[in-house]
Design a protein around this ligand. Structure first.
Ligand SMILES: Cc1ncc(COP(=O)(O)O)c(C=O)c1O
Length: 366
């Protein structure tokens, strides 16, 4: 049988997710050593030492399956957010929850709405599930066009994703506008507020979906341990929302979707608030410094509420990306329509100095 007959069109349309280039790959391909990776919005301070200890201790029990209901971690999260246990479900990273939402709420022929540019996994999730979708362009200033998003909702729309702050722009939507939007979207639609960068946003009018649950019944808030908690490698995310929606996601998830070390590590990370706060404070200072320094180099930097900045170079981003790679700095090229921009993760002060020096060198050569 030919492959054409075997692979359904929705699978053929997909492209594998392309993550930030790993350090080892750069060394292998270009022989560049001592490189720094500012490409995947990871926490440059690393995990809390308490997480490392808890995970090392838990490794002795790896012969056992983990708790399939993840009772300890879900209970801690339910307590943290002041919600019943039935309103919390875990994912293998919030990525898995995005995928699950696309497979759970829309049926064949149904429709989903999300922004562009935004997190590519909304597109991947919909395409994999065979769900129709509308990508709503952001405004000129890279802010959400909430009016256009509400207008894109059709009778078939079952799901809508809104990342706040957004990746890859770092922009956010403030409380008043968000509240009005959540009320305006028809009740039948499940709205997912993706808050992967929660904690890093410090604008006065930033509001979490968890504080806006009164606006609509069908609201899910996705959070992750990959960013502020510094354990992207353990793959733990969670959703908070009304019990019937959480129950539906729970039915669709694979058994033991969050592994033993992930459950133990996330619980330890949740308890070490000081570690998270240290990172948030460093990111705030460095985000301001890096944004200013890049602006002084004549570049256009989008105001960011996250742990990265989107920087416009006025020439193909891949050219700049390649040049920075050779200097041992890995950043992230962007697809159209923002292919002249690069997304740069905010690192430690030393890493940022190195990145700024590499960009300054390039600008001099312009
Ligand atoms: C907006 C957004 N949502 C979700 C994720 C996925 O995070 P994870 O699967 O590591 O929890 C990311 C990761 O970069 C992101 O930027």
């Amino acid at each position: 049988m030919s492959e054409d007959a075997l692979i359904p069109p929705r699978v053929a349309r997909m492209v594998p997710y392309k993550p930030g280039k790993p350090l080892e790959e750069l060394e292998r391909e270009l022989g560049v050593t001592n490189a720094i990776k500012l490409a995947s919005n990871e926490n440059p301070l690393g995990p809390s030492p308490k997480v490392v200890e808890a995970v090392a201790n838990a490794a002795k029990g790896l012969n056992f399956y983990p708790d399939g209901a993840a009772f300890a971690l879900r209970s801690a999260l339910a307590e943290r957010h002041g919600v019943p246990l039935e309103e919390v479900v875990l994912g293998n990273g919030s990525n898995e929850l995005i995928d699950l939402a696309c497979r759970t709420f829309p049926d064949a022929g149904d429709h989903c709405v999300f922004g562009k540019p935004s997190f590519v996994c909304y597109w991947l999730g919909c395409t994999a599930a065979g769900v129709d979708y509308t990508e709503v362009p952001l405004k000129e200033n890279l802010h959400w066009d909430l009016e256009a998003m509400a207008a894109a909702v059709t009778e078939k729309t079952k799901l809508l994703f809104l990342a706040n702050p957004n990746n890859p722009t770092g922009s956010y939507v403030g409380r008043a506008e968000l509240e009005a939007f959540l009320k305006a979207v028809p009740e039948r639609v499940v709205v997912v507020m993706d808050e992967a960068y929660y904690g890093l946003a410090d604008a006065e009018d930033y509001a979490s979906g968890l504080d806006l649950r009164h606006t609509r019944e069908r609201l899910l808030v996705f959070r992750t341990f990959s960013k502020t908690h510094g354990i992207a490698g353990l793959r733990v995310g969670y959703a908070v929302g009304p019990a019937p929606l959480v129950d539906a996601l729970n039915r669709m998830r694979a058994p033991f979707n969050v592994n033993l070390l992930g459950q133990i590590g996330a619980l330890a990370a949740l308890k070490d608030e000081a570690h998270v706060e240290r990172y948030i404070a460093m990111n705030r200072t460095e985000r301001t410094r890096v944004s200013r320094a890049l602006t002084e180099l004549g570049l256009s930097v989008a105001p960011s509420q996250a742990n990265f900045v989107l920087v416009r170079f006025e020439r193909p981003g891949v050219e700049v990306y390649d040049a920075l790679l050779r200097d041992g700095v890995i950043v992230r090229p962007m697809p159209p329509p923002i292919e002249t921009s690069l997304r740069i993760t905010i690192g430690t002060p030393e890493q940022n100095d190195r990145m700024l020096a590499a960009v300054a060198k390039l600008k001099k050569g312009d």
